[in-house]
Design a protein around this ligand. Structure first.
Ligand SMILES: [Zn+2]
Length: 124
């Protein structure tokens, strides 16, 4: 399971840091089927960007659960605003279904991480 760039760096030593970063980003884009999580726009290698759901300067980390596939327009528009303050019915791209998917993405990883920590504790 890959949750951050460092996981790849540790597990796959033969990868260069640059490749690890690229693979990590691609795994996120693939999870979102190369579509913007916010507006559903089709994206490719050049147009896909990573948006930090919780902005970095507000304490958001470079972990997969906090990183989402986004078009550059949504990424810029969201900027450093909190998800709930930006992605709501006043946003013209808002979709309840997509918000549900985003929340599921966050929760899924949190669940996996807690399982992982439990297993780790059992082993020590
Ligand atoms: Zn978008």
């Amino acid at each position: 399971m890959i949750n951050c760039e460092q996981d790849l760096l540790v597990n796959l030593i033969e990868l260069s840091p640059r490749n690890a970063r690229r693979k990590f980003r691609q795994s996120i884009f693939e999870s979102w089927e190369w579509k913007c999580a916010y507006c559903d726009k089709d994206l490719d290698e050049k147009s896909a960007t990573i948006d930090h759901i919780l902005p970095k300067f507000k304490g958001g980390h470079n972990v997969k659960s906090n990183m989402i596939c986004s078009c550059s327009k949504c990424n810029r528009s969201k900027g450093s605003v909190l998800l709930e303050d930006w992605y709501n019915p006043s946003n013209s791209y808002y979709s309840e279904e997509r918000l549900g998917k985003i929340k599921h993405w966050i929760e899924d990883i949190v669940l996996l991480l807690s399982l992982y920590l439990q297993i780790k504790q059992l082993r020590t």
